[in-house]
Write a protein that binds this ligand. Structure first.
Ligand code: BGC
Length: 416
């Protein structure tokens, strides 16, 4: 990251003459993102349609790879080379702090002001795109990263009901396994294993322990019996996956639940985009639980940032795109396919599916809502958490105390 950024500084200076131009009266914009699964592509097409209808010309620069590591690296390389795309996706997180600090992004204060973002966008999300009073990104959705998905038909066949507690879940796993179906579909990337871990932390222990760890960076919380129990529970999940975990993408894992090859999967609600794009209605047969044990909403999601350009037409295109992405109609159309809920609260949510309604209820009650840990930790800290979890998952000899020790180190470093 740091390496890319120092190169990026030089790149920014070079980039001033480059950038998209006006093509046949259209504001051309090259948009880089990592939305390439079935549900993600269907959703991003809504942006494309809306931008083109508003006088833009969407040039797609998708970089495959769920979670976006590859896309973010590609963006940093383009920035360093002085040829950044017009717009770039990031998570609603600290991922773009360094490029803001390096002065490489345009401010969107005028669009935000004109379109009334401040009153309309969900407060914590608006905060997440604002630095020192300036708006640097357009928020496009709110994802809840903490969901357990299950196939109700598979559960019925195995003679079990959807779980209410973690004990229920393990009892269901045993029966599903005995019925010859994979109990838990897990993907291979460390970030997907981390999401499974965070489901255990928030669902089994509840938000207070999560906040002690990641908001307060309280390393002592890693030594509690509660945290040990979370790690043990997480470790136990490894007994219920099949042999195909390594190399499996997140969309293939939820695909196993959609097709009935597996009973359960932990994943953010972009998984619901796959359910919808497979032609199913959320809830039947794929059901959803936001935080097993403790209902929870982890605020995640996506934003777009705009690298500085010298061509005024290019900047016009960037601002048009920001306006279009957060307009009410586009928000409803995009989020219905993406699996998330709109970033703005002043839209008609009555037609959202039952999973989104479940999520919105938690959001509106506002007591079990937490920010994603990537809003507390820097990308380096986030990467360390992913690595620690990934190593533990793959090494049967690593003890939960050893893993807790790694967490303590990460939190101590983050506090400095
Ligand atoms: C993003 C989602 C995306 C998922 C899988 C997450 O980081 O927030 O929008 O669908 O990665 O690619």
């Amino acid at each position: 990251m740091r390496r890319f950024l120092s190169l990026g500084l030089i790149g920014a200076a070079l980039s001033l003459g480059a950038g998209p131009a006006l093509a046949q009266g259209k504001l051309r914009a090259e948009i880089m993102h990592w939305w390439t699964s079935g549900g993600e592509s269907a959703a991003v097409q809504e942006f494309q349609k809306a931008f083109n209808a508003a006088g833009g010309e969407w040039v797609d620069a998708a970089v495959a790879g769920g979670g976006g590591d590859a896309a973010r690296t590609a963006f940093m390389n383009r920035l360093a080379g002085g040829n950044p795309p017009t717009a770039m996706q990031f998570n609603t997180s600290k991922q773009f702090d360094d490029v803001i600090a390096a002065g490489q992004l345009i401010e969107l204060d005028d669009v935000a002001q004109k379109d009334g973002w401040k009153g309309a966008v969900y407060g914590p999300v608006m905060d997440a795109v604002t630095r020192n009073g300036h708006v640097y990104a357009v928020p496009v959705n709110i994802h809840n990263n903490i969901w357990l998905w299950y196939n109700a038909d598979v559960l019925k066949k195995a003679g079990v009901a959807p779980p209410k507690t973690w004990d229920d879940l393990f009892a269901d796993f045993d029966k599903v396994k005995a019925a010859g179906v994979v109990p838990l579909a897990q993907a291979g990337d460390n970030w997907t294993k981390a999401l499974t871990f965070f489901n255990v932390l928030l669902g089994e222990a509840g938000p207070p322990l999560y906040l002690k760890l990641f908001k307060d960076l309280d390393a002592d919380a890693t030594k509690t019996p509660e945290f040990k129990h979370v790690l043990e529970t997480f470790g136990k999940l490894r007994n219920y996956v099949d042999n195909g975990v390594q190399g499996r993408q997140w969309n293939q894992a939820i695909g196993m639940v959609i097709t009935g090859q597996a009973a359960f999967n932990f994943m953010g609600d972009w998984a619901k985009g796959e359910v919808v794009s497979a032609g199913q209605t959320p809830g039947n047969p794929v059901g959803c639980i936001a935080g097993l044990g403790h209902p929870a909403y982890w605020i995640g999601g996506d934003v777009f940032v705009f690298a500085k350009q010298s061509d005024p037409e290019a900047i016009k295109g960037q601002k048009l795109l920001a306006h279009v992405m957060l307009s009410k109609e586009t928000q409803v159309a995009f989020n219905a396919k993406k699996g998330s809920v709109p970033a703005r609260l002043d839209v008609d949510n009555s037609k959202l599916d039952i999973c989104a309604q479940q999520g919105l209820k938690i959001l509106s009650e506002n007591k079990d809502v937490v920010k994603g840990f990537d809003l507390y930790l820097t990308p380096d800290g986030v990467g360390q958490v992913y690595d620690a979890i990934g190593q533990f998952w793959s090494d049967p000899n690593e003890t939960t105390d050893q893993l807790a020790g790694k967490f303590a180190e990460i939190l101590k470093n983050a506090k400095q």
